[in-house]
Design a protein around this ligand. Structure first.
Ligand code: SF4
Length: 413
């Protein structure tokens, strides 16, 4: 009898980790039944197996057994002088295994999105900031400031689930004011306007610090921006709970990302003297929050560390694995890819092992490719949501008969 499954699962493909995704799995294909958001449906269903899927391990682009691919990987590890492990998206169990491997083989360890994470980390370590959870924003925030340009692409259901949810414990949808500060697409603005009072503050991203500074200065009400500033000032004065939402990666290309994040977090800290205000940073969608949690438990450092004879050393510059690969400062790169559909750019001048889901694509064939299952589709697992306070259980439903990322890594130790 053919297996047909219909069930509600948790989606692992962005840091919201929605747990209300209803899927049907039939004839080895799955489809999403209940989401209106086309981006989410496309993202999820892109992981269906097709005629381009890589279902068998390969050594030098030739089909091999799992056993041979793992043995050959161990040989490459043994022969290498300097190794980099790059996490491109994995669940808690796989990160745990990867850090154990890192410790055993004295490798450098990094996450592909770590460059975006340091601006927030700097503030946590040096200035201090107030953060909140997705549920607090959903239930309590009455004034929401969204900064950036791309945050709704990174978390496609942010509007539906958090900003304009069907039910909220304390804040009515029509009483909530949202200020979009930056360069948002008309599509995002229109989506929000369907349900909420939206004020679009169209400024360049690098003007955010100046804009926030000007809120407290005397306002000349003649030009458009001054009028918006006056509206914002009044909304803040009347508000009981202000939230600032942003994703640091939106600011990265300005070259002043740290200043922008600092201006937002400082603005929120200052508001806290009279009202409740907090930040909700949106993490990257490659298991960034899970990576940083597990790495901090196990090593004391969230990213960019190196195993050195049983201990871990941290250096933001020295253990930047993306740069080590680009500059050929390592002779073996191990790429872990159980969540991303983005093509992996390999440096052909060094050896490359790619352990990834069957839809993984690379710029050139790696020395070794080992296909693995996807957490939340092929394996149970746990991942952390963007607010870092909830770890969501993932449930498998597909029967690919493929090992999991953590199982393959464990065999390389
Ligand atoms: S918003 Fe994110 S977690 Fe939710 S269904 Fe879409 S991609 Fe998945």
């Amino acid at each position: 009898m053919k297996k047909i499954i219909t069930k509600e699962i948790t989606c692992p493909f962005c840091p919201l980790l929605c747990d209300d995704v209803n899927i049907t799995y039939k004839n080895k294909k799955f489809k999403v039944n209940n989401l209106k958001n086309k981006e989410c449906v496309k993202k999820f269903e892109s992981f269906n197996i097709n005629n381009k899927s890589a279902l068998t391990p390969k050594i030098k682009n030739k089909v091999s057994s799992y056993n041979d691919a793992i043995l050959k990987s161990k040989l490459l590890i043994k022969k290498s002088n300097e190794i980099g492990i790059l996490n491109r998206g994995a669940d808690v169990a796989s990160i745990r295994s990867a850090i154990n491997l890192c410790s055993q083989i004295n490798a450098n360890f990094d996450h592909i999105n770590s460059k975006y994470f340091f601006d927030n980390m700097n503030i946590v370590q040096r200035t201090g900031f107030v953060a909140t959870t997705l549920m607090e924003v959903k239930n309590r925030a009455d004034t929401i400031l969204v900064f950036g340009n791309n945050v709704f692409n990174k978390a496609p259901r942010l509007i539906e689930k958090i900003l304009a949810p069907d039910s909220s414990l304390y804040t009515k949808k029509n009483a909530r004011k949202v200020f979009l500060i930056g360069q948002f697409s008309q599509k995002d603005i229109n989506n929000l306007k369907k349900n909420l009072q939206v004020i679009n503050v169209k400024i360049k991203i690098n003007e955010i610090p100046k804009f926030l500074e000007s809120i407290n200065s005397n306002i000349n009400k003649k030009d458009r921006l001054s009028k918006i500033l006056a509206t914002l000032k009044t909304a803040l004065q009347k508000s009981k709970y202000v939230t600032a939402i942003y994703s640091s990666s939106d600011f990265f290309s300005t070259g002043i990302s740290g200043d922008i994040v600092n201006s937002i977090t400082q603005f929120i800290c200052n508001l806290n003297t009279t009202i409740r205000a907090a930040c909700l940073p949106i993490a990257g969608n490659l298991g960034d929050a899970s990576n940083n949690q597990v790495a901090t438990w196990l090593t004391g450092f969230p990213v960019r560390f190196k195993g050195v004879d049983g201990i871990f050393k941290h250096d933001r510059e020295a253990y930047d694995v993306t740069k080590l690969i680009e500059n050929k400062e390592i002779d073996l790169a191990i790429h872990l890819n159980s969540l991303s559909l983005e093509k992996i750019n390999l440096n052909k001048k060094i050896k490359n092992i790619v352990i990834g889901h069957p839809q993984t694509t690379c710029s050139s064939p790696p020395d070794i490719f080992i296909p693995v299952g996807i957490p939340g589709i092929d394996s149970d697992g746990i991942m952390f949501r963007t607010d870092n306070v909830v770890s969501m259980p993932l449930k498998s439903f597909r029967d690919l008969e493929m090992p999991l990322l953590n199982q393959v890594i464990d065999k390389m130790v």
